[in-house]
Design a protein around this ligand. Structure first.
Ligand code: 5GP
Ligand code: ZN
Length: 111
């Protein structure tokens, strides 16, 4: 199994796990871009939202867990959810994940 997020989900690779359930895991990004930087990923391998968008249950689970994680981190002043797709989108790990960024004012647009 070469996908690093599958390996983390299987427990074969270390990560700072914030929460997990049968379907979704939340980890801290290894290279945080904000005071809070979490990654929300489904246990099941799916490459990106481009592939997963028709699976409404999966999308809802991931987004609900992202919202709950943001609340648990105390991001009451707001936060950003981002999911990068493909090369031009800046995706570097081809396993669907939603970034939860917060704890500072985030600029817009991203570079
Ligand atoms: P992407 O660029 O695909 O949208 O986001 C991938 C994210 O995964 C990056 O923010 C990167 O820092 C993070 N990342 C890459 N490898 C690891 C790892 O082994 N562990 C953790 N926790 N995060 C990782
Ligand atoms: Zn995977």
């Amino acid at each position: 199994m070469s996908c690093i997020f599958c390996r983390i989900a299987e427990g074969d690779m270390d990560a700072d796990v914030v929460s997990s359930d049968d379907h979704v895991i939340v980890i801290r990004d290894i290279d945080p871009k904000a005071p809070t930087h979490l990654l929300v990923l489904p246990r099941r391998h799916v490459a990106s939202i481009d592939e997963a968008a028709d699976d409404g249950e999966l999308v809802a689970r991931v987004m609900r867990v992202a919202r709950d994680a943001a609340r648990a981190e105390g991001l009451d002043d707001g936060y950003r959810l981002v999911t990068n797709v493909g090369e031009h989108g800046g995706q570097t790990v081809p396993h669907l994940h939603v970034h939860v960024l917060g704890g500072r004012h985030l600029g817009w647009p991203p570079g």
